[in-house]
Design a protein around this ligand. Structure first.
Ligand code: HH2
Length: 275
């Protein structure tokens, strides 16, 4: 029996404007290339384009707010009002979120769940945009060193519930909050699998759940080791596992293939429930 949400899942296409993001290898560094990539993903069916100027892959170095803003603003300006997709900014920094929303972004995707800066919570409330609160253990530089949990699903669910409560207390509307277990952020392969299997526990908190498993390392750990671009099969398997457990938004590199996999899974789910 499927636990999938009644509403069609939303696809968030990834647009990196970083020289070092693990899967694009700097290919989309130039704003023009990132804009073209955004158009392509929107064409393939992305409902949201997630624009990031700082890689948060394991071991990545931090980027200044000014550098992040310089990378993402031309891309937001080049895409806004020219694609049907909503624009999201993938940043931990309130000043970057402020600049992105002023330029047309509608979503603040924060891998620190509004913990990075003392004014993150109040900034999110003042911006009035949708906010993604993601769980991470440790900072990107060191988070994969030796991640530990008592019970990873309970620990992550408790953290997300507490961050949602903090956001609401600061004035973020409940309807604008999205939760994300943070696949790969301070997690072993076993932790990632437990979170995928237990995603229903996070969906049961009552907020839309975003899942970002696309091309991540645990896929290579479970199959042959290879480049990130060769992890589509595992990425789709994770999307379908998340879909059947109630995830509502999927952050992916491969929008067309994900759209097709979800369309077939949803049709099968409907055929079963109509029997
Ligand atoms: N994963 C990455 C970045 N941002 N945001 C959310 N909400 N959930 C995620 O799982 C997530 C995220 C990984 O980022 P990076 O290492 O820069 O690679 P890429 O952006 O190519 O996925």
């Amino acid at each position: 029996m499927t636990n999938a949400p009644a509403r069609a899942p939303r696809l968030m296409g990834i647009v990196n404007v970083t020289p070092d993001s693990f899967s694009d290898g700097g290919m989309f560094l130039a704003a023009e290339a990132a804009i073209a990539h955004g158009f392509r993903l929107a064409e393939e069916g992305a409902d949201i384009l997630d624009i990031g100027g700082e890689s948060t892959r394991p071991g990545a170095d931090e980027v200044s707010a000014d550098e992040e803003i310089a990378r993402i603003l031309p891309v937001i300006e080049g895409l806004k009002a020219r694609v049907g997709a909503a624009l999201s900014v993938d940043t931990r920094k309130p000043e970057v979120a402020r600049a992105a929303v002023a330029a047309g972004a509608a979503i603040w995707n924060d891998v620190s769940a509004l913990t990075y800066s003392a004014d993150s919570l109040e900034t999110a409330a003042a911006l009035g945009c949708e906010v993604v609160l993601m769980h991470a253990q440790g900072a990107p530089k060191t988070m994969q060193d030796d991640p530990r949990y008592d019970d990873v699903v309970s620990d992550v669910a408790d953290f997300l519930a507490a961050r949602a409560a903090a956001a609401e207390a600061a004035g973020v509307a409940r309807a604008r909050i999205v939760l994300d277990p943070g696949i790969g952020f301070g997690k072993t392969t076993g932790h990632n699998l437990a979170l995928l299997a237990g995603l229903g526990r996070i969906a049961a908190l009552g907020y839309p759940v975003l899942l970002g498993a696309s091309r991540k390392r645990f896929i290579a750990a479970l199959d042959r080791d290879g480049p990130a671009q060769e992890r589509l099969g595992g990425s789709l398997a994770a999307v379908l596992a998340g879909f059947s457990r109630g995830a509502a938004i999927f952050r992916v590199h491969d929008v067309a293939a994900t759209r097709q996999a979800l369309a077939v899974a949803a049709a099968i789910g409907k055929a079963v429930s109509n029997r």
